[in-house]
Ligand binder design. Sequence first.
Ligand code: 1HN
Length: 350
Amino acid sequence: MADAINQKISNSRADFYERIGEQSMAPLWEVMRGLVTPEPDSPCVPALWRYNDIRPHIMEAGALITAKEAERRVLVLENPGMVGQSRITRSLYAGMQLILPGEIAPGHRHTQTALRFVIEGSGAYTAVDGEKTLMQPGDFVITPQWGWHDHGNDSDAPMVWLDGLDIPIVQLFDAGFSEHYETNKQPLTRPEGDALARYGSGLLPVDQEMGAVSSPVFNYPYARTREALETMRLTDEWDPCHGLKMKYVNPVTGDYAMPTMATFIQLLPKGFEGKPYRSTDGMVHVCVEGTGETEIDGKVFAWGPRDTFVVPSWARHVHKANSGDTVLFGFSDRVVQQKLGLWRESREDC
Ligand code: 1HN
């Protein structure tokens, strides 16, 4: 009897849903639990790309297509939980870009912001808005939104860097524009190192306005960053979860270096055993020096230099450093979440 009544209700609801569907309407009560969850429920899964495993594929791509033909010769790091979506976390894109000696990647611009983190090679360049910078391993380089940029490799060895872009964020807003530069290379209007001297030396032009949303410093050289960490470790207490962790900032505003992607560098001393931590920003890490492992939601990922791994939003994780001091670079959407009042972290209940 009860079954028959339930069946009748269920049939009339199904019929109702079909009829309102014709008016482009749907019942919230059928989907609400998936929309408003008690805590983050991400399709992003923890993952590790070992450089030794992926490097042969990156080099093989080098034999299959030129940087010019591809426009950007990149192998996308696709999160295994979101195959086909060109994203490493729900909000961010990442890929490994290869540029061979003598190659150029032609000029273009787009409303997406990009970061480069140099993995292999030395002395290839990127030119951004009239200034060229030669890149070294561990350098963190910014391409601000709508800035003209082209890359080239005048060195005698391949260069590989990790690209991080805010593509899914721009997609969410349907705010993407792009265009090609009329020639392959843009003219250079300032000498190399101008931006770092002008904005990254504890000085600013006297009438500097807040203006642009990304940092005017567009290369944060690893040599300077590493030296800063080495000096700070002399007096700083190690944070139980993060070791010694710093954020990259825009010297004009003191805010994160880019409006949509927060970037970090952290030093874990030899033998560091972190405490559990989680936060709502899914984090992409690259190991620069040392070896270690990160336990993410109970699964252990062992990494070394040039390896990339991703910790999903709200995943409980613990970092350990094994042999020698370890340096990890990281990027996430924390800057956006903090602006929107969404960001949370926890050290206790995880
Ligand atoms: C792009 O412009 C670059 O300029 C790299 O190097 C990766 C991925 C998607 C869309 C544009 C670059 C990109 C990209």
